[in-house]
Design a binder for this molecule. Sequence first.
Ligand SMILES: [Zn+2]
Length: 383
Amino acid sequence: MIWPNSKIQLYHWHLRRAVETKLKDTHLPKRDNYEPMAANHKFPFIDIEFNPSNTIYKSTKFCPKEFRSHIWNLMNKHLHQHPLIPDISQQNLTADIIRKQAVLEMYTFCKENSLVWVWSYMWREWYSKDRWVLWARSAFNTLSILKTTMFVEGHWKVLKRDFLYKFFRPRLDLLVYILLEKLIPHQQRKFEQQLSGREMLDWRKSIKSEWKKLSQKQPEINNFSKYCTSIENWVCGCPYYLTNRFMLCKHLVNLKGPVDPSLFKILKRNNQYPFLILDRSPMHAPVHKRNNTYSENNTHSDRNTNRNETSNTDIFENLIDITQQTLNLLEEQKQSRNVLWAQGVERNFNQIKTMVNEINQYKHRRTMPRTWKDHTHNTRFLK
Ligand SMILES: [Zn+2]
């Protein structure tokens, strides 16, 4: 294999079409290869009596209309869940637990509604181990930022419609000539235009309008800790974030606060934390620098440590002093009901809001962070 670590992921749209077409089909299969014993061996909660060969289920239909959309929604959720995305119930789940819960959820829904044929189909085609890896994101450590094969299909479309439109079954030498002399220079020109910023990539335009839409929504303040929203890792446990193409939600956009439009020219998507990189510099660089300083100080002489402690105290004095002055100003302007002033300076408090939210969320978490990466700069040295 040329790329041993590559992940083959079914195109989301094809998956949806395949499942929805199957659920709409009212014909019952003549033969069913479902093996209840094998399924039960893998997950003991699967009842071996719940199978299409059992005469109790003889008169059941494949999938009545009212259940179809819920089944797809369940599958769509299972497709997107991933150990790097927090879960409302248990924070970050392992890949094994995600699969077990997904199987349990799909099985329970089928069992409670006597959808014996759907269950057989789901297990054989999607939830058994060898099928699961073809479509569930959790089967791979990092997250693919692409859910479509649109890029490959777009490439064929340009080649066929723009360069080979006169030729039906062109000779191979003609095809090679067109690829080398026409298509590649064309793509190179486009690429250079995009690099120079003369042309904005389509996904950048889309993420900008999505961001704008979400920034107009006001999230409930309690939900930041409920969903473990982390601006530094750019991750949120809310259902909207889970299936969003750009890994955006109102919680993250709101926590980030107002942004400069030039952000959309430089931001990058990432297949691990942080899922969105919002500046040109590496996201964790300043934090690492501070870590190094911290450990160096630990190995230095007592004299250095003392000097360090003195400067730390200075830091507190300064921060307390400026906060006190800010509080006085706020009280003073509040007395004179100066709302305009407050609106003007509100964005200065965004970073402080982020810090307080992250610390509250950190204090309420149920599991201890395992690595430096689970922290943000606001919680890393918190006692
Ligand atoms: Zn969210």
